[in-house]
Design a protein around this ligand. Structure first.
Ligand SMILES: Cc1cc2nc3c(=O)[nH]c(=O)nc-3n(C[C@H](O)[C@H](O)[C@H](O)COP(=O)(O)O)c2cc1C
Length: 295
């Protein structure tokens, strides 16, 4: 996750038994290299790098990922055809994030090893179709033969169990780990995340790149612009540069873009990432042994 998942969070998740992912989308190439190296020093376990395919310096990121011997790459926001072959040639496992069965099939055709099926509930950039995770998982599981990882609205072990009952082989949790001690997100943003209530997030900016965020002053400006029929160019100008950084990293809760998922309303505290993984696992096991409560 941009402005959240550096080496500290990724290594803490991996050390606890999850697969930590470094979010390279907010990193300059040399910063990415540093995070990969620090992550390797902080954990002996596997970790991955997330690579938004629309990143302007993508070829430099790819080069660093290969040079640094990263074994697993999660790609998103772009065409998986362009880089999957290059990564696979270096025996890197490639997982692509999709928002529909159609894109899942394309990822499979492009040679990806697995897909993350990310639903409407998810924080950050999202599909236009508004398909919820509950609907998307069974659809994507039916559409492809490669493993499906469920994302969007996954914050507890019981949600993870539900996703697996529907055929997912794993889950990707985002928002839950923004509210972790190791996330590099600004503390004011983390506090806003755990204070948020049902209905406080919304999927917006569908004309540009749809994104789920907290309704704040900046969102109010976007909404007003959209209602007055603003053009794509005008919306781009309003968005400007560095909005996400301003909100999530610098903690400007009024003027910044505060990307987070609907599950933020379920989150009650900021915990160490390792404790979150442990808690999720306990909830999952509890759910497995007591799956439904019958009166
Ligand atoms: C602050 C934030 C930043 C994110 N940045 C990225 C990113 O750079 N690349 C990506 O593929 N997904 C990104 N995501 C999406 C997450 O990886 C994940 O799929 C999503 O959060 C799952 O839904 P959830 O928020 O309901 O857990 C981001 C999500 C959040 C909340």
């Amino acid at each position: 996750m941009i402005w959240a998942s550096g080496w500290k969070l990724a290594s803490a998740v991996s050390n606890a038994g999850g697969l930590g992912i470094i979010g390279s989308g907010s990193m300059y190439p040399d910063v990415l290299r540093e995070h990969i190296r620090k992550c390797r020093l902080a954990t002996n376990r596997s970790f991955a790098v997330n690579l938004p395919l629309l990143y302007p310096d993508i070829d430099k990121h790819i080069q660093i990922i290969i040079e640094e011997g990263v074994k697993i790459v999660f790609t998103s926001a772009g065409n998986p055809k362009t880089w999957t072959g290059v990564l696979k040639e270096k025996t890197i496992t490639v997982v692509h994030v999709v928002s529909s069965s159609k894109f899942a099939r394309k990822a499979e055709e492009a040679g990806c090893d697995a897909v993350v099926a990310e639903g409407f509930e998810a924080g950050g950039h999202n599909g236009r179709e508004e398909t919820t995770t509950m609907v998307m998982i069974p659809a994507v599981v039916n559409a492809v033969k490669i493993p499906v990882i469920a994302a969007g609205g996954m914050a507890t072990g019981r949600q993870m169990l539900a996703a697996m009952v529907m055929g997912a082989e794993g889950v990707q949790m985002g928002s839950r780990f923004v509210a972790s001690e190791e996330a590099s997100s600004h503390i004011s943003f983390k506090k806003a995340v755990i204070a948020s209530q049902e209905g406080d997030t919304i999927l917006t900016m569908k004309q540009l790149t749809p994104v789920r965020l907290i309704r704040n002053k900046f969102y109010g400006q976007v909404q007003a612009a959209e209602e007055s029929g603003a053009s794509v160019g005008e919306l781009k100008e309003l968005l400007g540069r560095g909005r996400a950084k301003r909100g999530m990293f610098e903690g400007n809760l009024d003027e910044g873009e505060l990307e987070i998922g609907q599950v933020s309303s379920l989150l009650k505290g900021i915990l160490p990432a390792g404790e979150i993984v442990k808690k999720v696992w306990q909830e999952f096991m509890d759910g497995l042994h007591n799956p439904i409560q019958i009166l």
